[in-house]
Design a protein around this ligand. Structure first.
Ligand code: SF4
Length: 84
Protein backbone atom coordinates (compact mmCIF):
# COMPACT_ATOMS: atom_id res chain seq x y z
CA UNK A 1 0.00 0.00 0.00
CA UNK A 2 1.32 3.39 -0.96
CA UNK A 3 1.43 6.28 1.45
CA UNK A 4 1.09 8.75 -1.39
CA UNK A 5 -2.31 10.40 -1.63
CA UNK A 6 -3.54 11.99 -4.80
CA UNK A 7 -6.51 14.28 -4.40
CA UNK A 8 -8.48 13.88 -7.59
CA UNK A 9 -11.41 15.95 -6.39
CA UNK A 10 -11.96 19.10 -8.37
CA UNK A 11 -11.97 22.34 -6.55
CA UNK A 12 -13.18 24.70 -9.26
CA UNK A 13 -16.85 24.19 -10.06
CA UNK A 14 -17.82 27.50 -11.65
CA UNK A 15 -16.10 30.15 -13.74
CA UNK A 16 -17.49 33.63 -14.20
CA UNK A 17 -16.12 36.23 -16.59
CA UNK A 18 -16.95 39.82 -15.66
CA UNK A 19 -17.44 41.25 -19.13
CA UNK A 20 -17.25 44.86 -17.99
CA UNK A 21 -13.79 44.18 -16.54
CA UNK A 22 -12.34 42.40 -19.58
CA UNK A 23 -9.90 44.54 -21.56
CA UNK A 24 -9.23 41.91 -24.26
CA UNK A 25 -5.69 41.21 -23.13
CA UNK A 26 -6.24 37.53 -24.10
CA UNK A 27 -3.70 36.05 -21.72
CA UNK A 28 -6.47 33.75 -20.50
CA UNK A 29 -6.90 32.49 -24.06
CA UNK A 30 -3.16 31.91 -24.44
CA UNK A 31 -2.90 29.99 -21.16
CA UNK A 32 -6.18 28.06 -21.35
CA UNK A 33 -7.41 27.98 -24.97
CA UNK A 34 -9.69 25.04 -24.20
CA UNK A 35 -11.58 27.15 -21.68
CA UNK A 36 -11.56 30.70 -23.05
CA UNK A 37 -11.94 32.50 -26.35
CA UNK A 38 -12.69 36.04 -27.43
CA UNK A 39 -16.09 36.87 -28.86
CA UNK A 40 -16.78 39.24 -31.78
CA UNK A 41 -16.34 42.21 -29.45
CA UNK A 42 -12.97 40.82 -28.29
CA UNK A 43 -14.33 40.08 -24.84
CA UNK A 44 -13.48 36.76 -23.20
CA UNK A 45 -16.16 34.09 -23.13
CA UNK A 46 -16.19 30.54 -21.83
CA UNK A 47 -15.94 27.74 -24.35
CA UNK A 48 -18.30 24.75 -23.95
CA UNK A 49 -15.39 22.54 -22.89
CA UNK A 50 -14.16 24.99 -20.25
CA UNK A 51 -14.70 22.65 -17.32
CA UNK A 52 -12.60 19.96 -18.99
CA UNK A 53 -9.58 22.10 -18.25
CA UNK A 54 -7.67 21.17 -15.12
CA UNK A 55 -7.89 23.35 -12.02
CA UNK A 56 -4.23 24.40 -12.10
CA UNK A 57 -4.49 25.76 -15.64
CA UNK A 58 -7.78 27.52 -14.92
CA UNK A 59 -6.25 29.14 -11.86
CA UNK A 60 -3.19 30.19 -13.84
CA UNK A 61 -5.42 31.73 -16.51
CA UNK A 62 -7.45 33.64 -13.91
CA UNK A 63 -4.26 34.84 -12.21
CA UNK A 64 -2.90 36.02 -15.55
CA UNK A 65 -5.83 38.35 -16.17
CA UNK A 66 -4.61 41.93 -15.64
CA UNK A 67 -8.02 43.11 -14.44
CA UNK A 68 -9.06 39.99 -12.48
CA UNK A 69 -12.06 39.61 -14.75
CA UNK A 70 -12.12 35.84 -14.23
CA UNK A 71 -13.72 34.64 -11.01
CA UNK A 72 -13.45 31.04 -9.81
CA UNK A 73 -15.90 29.39 -7.42
CA UNK A 74 -15.94 26.10 -5.55
CA UNK A 75 -18.84 23.65 -5.26
CA UNK A 76 -20.39 25.71 -2.46
CA UNK A 77 -20.35 28.82 -4.64
CA UNK A 78 -17.56 30.23 -2.49
CA UNK A 79 -15.21 32.44 -4.47
CA UNK A 80 -11.76 30.86 -4.68
CA UNK A 81 -10.10 33.47 -6.85
CA UNK A 82 -9.57 36.33 -6.51
CA UNK A 83 -9.62 35.79 -2.76
CA UNK A 84 -12.17 37.98 -1.01
S1 SF4 B 1 -7.10 37.83 -19.56
FE1 SF4 B 1 -8.76 39.01 -18.61
S2 SF4 B 1 -8.80 40.92 -19.72
FE2 SF4 B 1 -7.66 39.46 -20.96
S3 SF4 B 1 -9.19 38.54 -22.32
FE3 SF4 B 1 -9.02 37.23 -20.54
S4 SF4 B 1 -10.64 37.95 -19.18
FE4 SF4 B 1 -10.28 39.56 -20.67
Amino acid sequence: MSDTTIDTKRKIHKIVIVREACISAATCVVIAPVAFELDKDSIAILRPQAMEMDDATLLMAAQSCPTQAILLFDENDKQIFPAL
